[in-house]
Each structure stands twice: as C-alpha cells, then as structure tokens.
Design a protein around this ligand. Structure first.
Ligand code: NAD
Ligand code: UDP
Length: 309
C-alpha cells in the first residue's frame, strides 16, 4: 500500500482528499494544526488503521516515521477572511511550511504536490488564465500575505525540482466549494447559502460584476489524484471554467434555496480580483480531466449540507 502525507488534511479540501485516498487504498498520514480546520472533518477515520492524525504546525520541522510515497502540501488558511486574520501564519506556512514539507519529501524520496491557487494570477489582465500567465499581484496589499506566500511556495518547489530532482507537481486551484466549508469562513459560497437559508440579506460586495468560476470539490479531488499519478511537473490549473458574475451567483442561490432574501450591496474589498476563469487545456491534455458536476448539482449538495449543519 502506498503511504501519503497530507498537510492541511483536516481542512475542507484536505479532508475530502483524505476520504478519496483511503477509498482508493492508500494509507494516509494527516498533519494539521487545526487553525482553520476541524477534527470533525476527519472524525470518521480516527479509528481506521490506515489513517493517522498528527496535530502539528508544519511551519515547524516534523519527523515522520516510516516510508512515504507522496507528500501533498495543502496546509494554509484559504479564505480571504482567514488569511487577513492570520497574515503571518499564512506567510509562514507558504514559506517555512512548504520548505519543511519539501524536506520531508526529499528525506523519504517521495513525490511532492503543492496546493497553489488562482491567486498567483492576482487581478488578472488576461482571461481565461493559462499556466503561462505570470499574473498581476499587489505585493503589499491585504491579499499579499496569501498570494505572495503561494508564489514563494511555487518558486521553492520548482527550485527543489531543479536542484534536488524532487518530482514536483503544482495544482493551481480555482474557487472550489462543497460540504465541510465552515459556515462562517467568509467565502462567498457559505456566506450566500447561509444568508439565504436564514432569510437574511445576501451581501454582494461592490456591484457584483466581478466574476468567479466554481468547481465542486469531488471534481477537484479526482483531478488532484490524476495529477499526483501523472508524469507532469510544474503547475496545472484545476477548476470549472463556467464563469459567473457574483450578482448572478447570488440570484442562483436565492433560486436554489427558494429564499425570500434580498440583495444588499456592501463595499468591494481592496484588490478583489475582477475576473477569474481557468483555462484547463493543459489539465484536459495531460490528465484527461474535465469537471463533471454542474453548478446546480454541486449547489444542491452544498445547500443540503448547510441545511443539516
Ligand atoms: P481550509 O482552511 O479549510 O484548510 C486548510 C487546512 O490547513 C486547515 O485544516 C488548517 O487548519 C490547516 N493549516 C493551516 N496552516 C497550517 C499549519 N501551519 N500547519 C498545519 N496545518 C495548517 O481551506 P481549503 O479551502 O481546504 O484550502 C486547502 C488548500 O487549498 C490551501 O492550501 C489553499 O490555499 C488551497 N486552495 C483552496 C481553494 C478553494 O477554493 N477552496 C482555492 C485555491 C487554493
Ligand atoms: N463576495 C461577496 N459577498 C460575500 C463574500 C464574497 O460579494 O459575502 C465576493 C468577493 O468580493 C469576491 C467573490 O465573492 O469577489 C469570491 O469571494 P471569496 O471570498 O469566496 O474568494 P476569492 O475568490 O475572492 O478568493
């Protein structure tokens, strides 16, 4: 059985990744300090002999016993509200955490996969965004603690690939949603759904003309697994290319929840990217990957989760 280390494994995406890997017959070591994650997300595995949880801050060195075949580095606050609350831990986990995770991969001869983000493209001047686009990032703005940490994480990962021959893969994740997002993590999907379910105003920032492209978590996890097994090195975008304005998204949520909520306009946060749509040509070519879950299907599952949460 192959053994995989997942940092950030008690978070939203990380816990779905642990589920998927266990189902596929891997042994999983989950490392998380629970800064934005929860043991609830992994509680169904705590008695599984193929699963191990280590509570640890990966920005500090870690010795892992036994062999590892893959190190998947997902630890990092990811919601704009979270990383503005924890800017220094976010910078540290992108920099020191990635360094430590790479060190583990090097010591074990394991393949390394970094969870990067569409935020490396900043407020993009081209759309859709291809992997070859270098981005338009404000290095000192409120989002810079996250964007620049991930850009550094990509740079150090590629340096380990070039200097030490570590088999490095980078997934640039575009807005992903689904069950186990925190109700109050501040991201648009949990905010709008919970506001709609409670009959409260839906808080659209700015005029809602900014766009995002939403990918359901099961599609993303399947893509990550294909990337992990692929021979490709360097960044690959994973996301759903169906682009939608935030205002239209608010209306979709009102419709899907049959809510009486009304839309309330609030100021647009600084440096909020105006558009975001992945070009997934590379993922289609090297991974034969395509998202399969429609926005309507994904929202149905997510609304059901928050209704019962
Ligand atoms: P999340 O906040 O739910 O998960 C992050 C997990 O990392 C949490 O469990 C947290 O406790 C853990 N963590 C943070 N710092 C840590 C540290 N120093 N040591 C150990 N554990 C630590 O967020 P998510 O949406 O699941 O994001 C997971 C990864 O995917 C992140 O790296 C994020 O940047 C990336 N990503 C997510 C999205 C998205 O739309 N969800 C988009 C782009 C990139
Ligand atoms: N947004 C919004 N209302 C909210 C939360 C977010 O209008 O209550 C907007 C936000 O300004 C951004 C988009 O929704 O344009 C996506 O925000 P999110 O925090 O989910 O992640 P981002 O894509 O900005 O990293």
């Amino acid at each position: 059985m192959k053994r995989v280390l997942v940092t950030g494994g008690a978070g939203f995406i990380g816990s779905h990744l642990c589920d998927f890997l266990l189902e596929q017959g891997y042994r999983v070591v989950c490392v998380d300090n629970l800064i934005t994650g929860s043991k609830d997300n992994i509680k169904h595995h705590l008695k599984n002999a193929h699963f191990e949880f280590i509570k640890h801050n990966i920005s500090k060195p870690l010795r892992v016993n036994g062999p590892l075949d893959y190190v998947l580095h997902f630890a990092s606050p990811a919601s704009p509200i979270d990383y503005v609350e924890y800017p220094i831990p976010t910078l540290k986990v992108g920099a020191l955490g990635t360094h430590n995770a790479l060190g583990i991969a090097k010591a074990k001869g394991a393949k390394f996969l970094l969870a990067s983000t569409s935020e490396v493209y900043g407020d993009p001047l081209v759309s859709p965004q291809k992997e070859s686009y270098w981005g338009n990032v404000n290095p000192i703005g409120p989002r810079s603690c996250y964007d620049e940490a991930k850009r550094f994480a990509e740079a150090i990962s590629m340096s380990y690939y070039r200097m030490h021959g570590i088999d490095v893969k980078i997934v640039r994740i575009f807005n992903t949603y689904g069950p186990r997002m925190r109700k109050k993590d501040g991201r648009v999907v949990p905010n709008f759904i919970n506001q709609a379910l409670a009959g409260k105003d839906i808080t659209v920032y700015g005029k809602g003309r900014q766009t995002r492209s939403f990918c359901y978590v099961s599609d993303l996890v399947r893509g990550i697994h294909s990337l992990m097994l692929s021979k490709h090195n360097g960044p690959v975008n994973l996301g759903n290319p169906q682009e939608i304005t935030i205002l239209r998204f608010a209306r979709e949520i009102i419709k899907a929840t049959a809510s009486r909520s009304r839309i309330k306009y609030l100021p647009l946060p600084p440096d909020d990217p105006r558009q975001r749509q992945p070009d997934i040509t590379l993922a289609k070519k090297v991974l034969k990957w395509l998202p399969a879950v429609s926005l309507q299907q994904g929202l149905r599952q997510t609304i059901e989760f928050f209704t019962n949460a």
